[in-house]
Design a protein around this ligand. Structure first.
Ligand code: IMP
Ligand code: MG
Length: 423
C-alpha cells in the first residue's frame, strides 16, 4: 500500500482510529508524528473496546511495529499508564515492536496546570482544550526550553534540568493564581517512568529510514484534524501541532518525496469539541446524535458539538493535505433522516465564499449556504458492499466526495471492523 499519511479532514474525531486499524493490515509500521495524549482513538475488536491516546492503534496487531515520532509530545507517566492498561487487556507490547523517539518533547504536570490556568484566565474566550498540557509543552519546544526524551534517559542531567523548569514554572503558576508542583514528586514519577520506557527509546528517524530502505510500508496516523492545525486551523481555537499532512514529515523525519498517498478521513456530518466557530453547527443534529448515545469524546467525555456536512471546510482540507482518497465514517449516524443538508458555501455579508476565511471572527460571522439531499431512512449498518447501501446513501456519499474534490475510497457504517465498505 506504499507510504500513506492519514489525516482528519475536519475538526478531529473523524473516526480515524477505526480507519487506521483497518489500513494497518496492509502496513508494516504505524507512526504517530504529532499531538499527544489529547488524542483519543477508540477501536472496537469483537467484544473488546480499546481507547488509545499516544500509542498507535497498530499495537493491537502483534506483527506490526508502532513508532512515536519526534513531533509528538509525551507525558511519560501517562504513557506508562497507557502501556499498562493495554497490557492488562492482554495486548503484548514488546521491545522492537514499539519505539519512542528520543527527540520527542515531554509534557509535565506544570504544563497541565498552566493549560488549565490559562483557560480559566481566558474566561469566555477559552479554547476548550483537553487540559493535557499540550499547548504549554509545544510552547516550551518552540521557546527552546523544553525537555526531551533523550534528557529523561539521563537521570542526573534530567533532574538538574527539571529542577530549573519546576522553579520557573511554579513562579508562573503563582502569578496566574494556580497551585504549584512538587519538584521531588515530579522528578521521582518521571524517573520511575523513564526506566519503564527505556527499552523503547531510540533514534526513530534512523529506524524509519532503514525500514524505507528495506521496502517496508509505513502508515502515518494523524491525530486531531485539519481545522485544529496550528497553522491552517481556526486559530486560536486549534491545537499546538501541525495536524495536516506536512506534519507527518517534520514529525517523523521521513521526507516528503517518500510519501505516496494521503487519505483524508471525514464524518458524513461535522463535529467539533471545544470552542471556536463552526458554521454548519445545528442543534437538531446535535440532539439527534446525542440522543443516539453518539458523539461523546473519548478523551474528556465531553459532548461534541454537531452539525451538517461542511464541504467548504473539507474542500480546503483536500487542498492543504493533498488528499487523494477519502474515507467517510459514521454514515449510519444519518440513517433516520428524511432530508439532509450539506453546506456548499459560506455567505459573509454579500460575499459568497468557497474557502473558509482566515480570520476567526469572520468565520464566526459566516452563514452556511445549504443544498438539501434526500435521506435514505433505513439502517446502513449491515451493508458490507457498496451495492448493499441504499441508493440514496450512495448518492449522498458521492455528493460529499465530489464537493470535497477527492476520490471516495472507504465508507464506514459502524464501529466494527466488518462495517467497512471499500470501493
Ligand atoms: P489541546 O490540544 O488540548 O490544546 O486542545 C485544543 C483544541 O483541540 C480543543 O478545541 C480541543 O477540544 C481540540 N482537540 C485536541 N485533541 C483533540 C482530538 O483528539 N479530537 C478532537 N478535538 C481535539
Ligand atoms: Mg478522538
Amino acid at each position: 500500500m506504499a507510504n500513506t499519511i492519514l489525516v482528519g479532514a475536519q475538526w478531529g474525531d473523524e473516526g480515524k482510529g477505526k480507519i487506521i486499524d483497518f489500513l494497518t493490515e496492509h502496513a508494516d509500521i504505524v507512526v504517530r508524528s504529532q499531538g499527544g495524549n489529547n488524542a483519543g482513538h477508540t477501536v472496537i475488536l469483537g467484544a473488546k473496546k480499546y481507547i488509545l491516546h499516544l500509542i498507535p492503534s497498530g499495537i493491537l496487531r502483534r506483527e506490526k511495529v508502532c513508532v512515536i515520532g519526534n513531533g509528538v509530545v509525551i507525558d511519560p507517566v501517562s504513557l506508562v499508564g497507557e502501556i499498562e492498561t493495554l497490557k492488562a487487556q492482554g495486548v503484548k507490547i514488546g521491545k522492537g515492536q514499539f519505539l519512542i523517539s528520543d527527540a520527542a518533547h515531554l509534557v509535565f504536570p506544570y504544563h497541565r496546570l498552566l493549560d488549565e490556568r490559562r483557560e480559566v484566565k481566558k474566561g469566555r474566550n477559552k479554547i476548550g482544550t483537553t487540559k493535557r498540557g499540550i499547548g504549554p509543552a509545544y510552547g516550551d519546544k518552540a521557546a527552546r526550553t523544553g525537555l526531551r526524551m533523550c534528557d529523561l534517559m539521563q537521570p542526573a542531567l534530567f533532574t538538574e534540568k527539571l529542577r530549573l523548569k519546576v522553579r520557573e514554572n511554579n513562579a508562573v503558576l503563582k502569578a496566574l493564581g494556580g497551585a504549584s508542583v512538587s519538584f521531588k514528586e515530579v522528578n521521582d514519577a518521571c524517573l520511575g517512568a523513564a526506566e519503564k520506557l527505556r527499552p523503547f527509546v531510540t533514534n526513530t528517524v534512523v529506524y524509519l529510514h532503514e525500514a524505507l530502505k528495506a521496502g517496508r510500508n509505513i502508515l502515518f496516523e494523524g491525530a486531531q484534524g485539519t481545522f485544529l492545525d496550528l497553522d491552517h486551523g481556526t486559530y486560536p481555537y486549534v491545537t499546538s501541532s501541525n495536524t495536516t499532512a506536512g506534519g507527518a514529515c517534520t514529525g517523523s523525519g521521513v521526507p516528503p518525496h517518500r510519501m505516496d498517498r494521503v487519505i483524508g478521513v471525514m464524518k458524513a456530518y461535522t463535529t467539533r469539541v471545544g470552542e471556536g466557530p463552526f458554521p454548519s453547527e445545528d442543534v437538531l443534529v446535535s440532539d439527534m446524535l446525542h440522543g443516539m448515545g453518539r458523539e461523546y469524546g473519548a478523551t474528556t467525555g465531553r459532548a461534541r458539538r454537531c452539525g451538517w456536512f461542511d464541504a467548504v471546510a473539507t474542500r480546503y482540507a483536500a487542498m492543504i493535505n493533498g488528499i487523494d482518497d477519502l474515507a467517510v465514517t459514521n454514515l449510519d449516524g444519518l440513517d433516520s433522516l428524511e432530508r439532509i443538508k450539506v453546506c456548499t458555501h459560506y455567505k459573509l455579508g454579500r460575499k459568497q465564499l468557497d474557502v473558509p476565511p482566515t480570520d476567526t471572527r469572520q468565520l464566526a460571522e459566516c452563514e452556511p449556504v445549504y443544498i438539501e439531499l434526500e435521506g435514505w431512512g433505513k439502517p446502513t449498518t449491515e451493508a458490507k458492499r457498496w451495492g448493499e447501501l441504499p441508493a440514496k446513501a450512495r448518492e449522498y456519499l458521492k455528493a460529499i466526495a465530489e464537493l470535497t474534490g477527492a476520490k471516495l475510497a472507504i465508507a464506514s457504517v459502524g464501529p466494527g471492523r466488518d462495517q467497512t465498505i471499500v470501493l
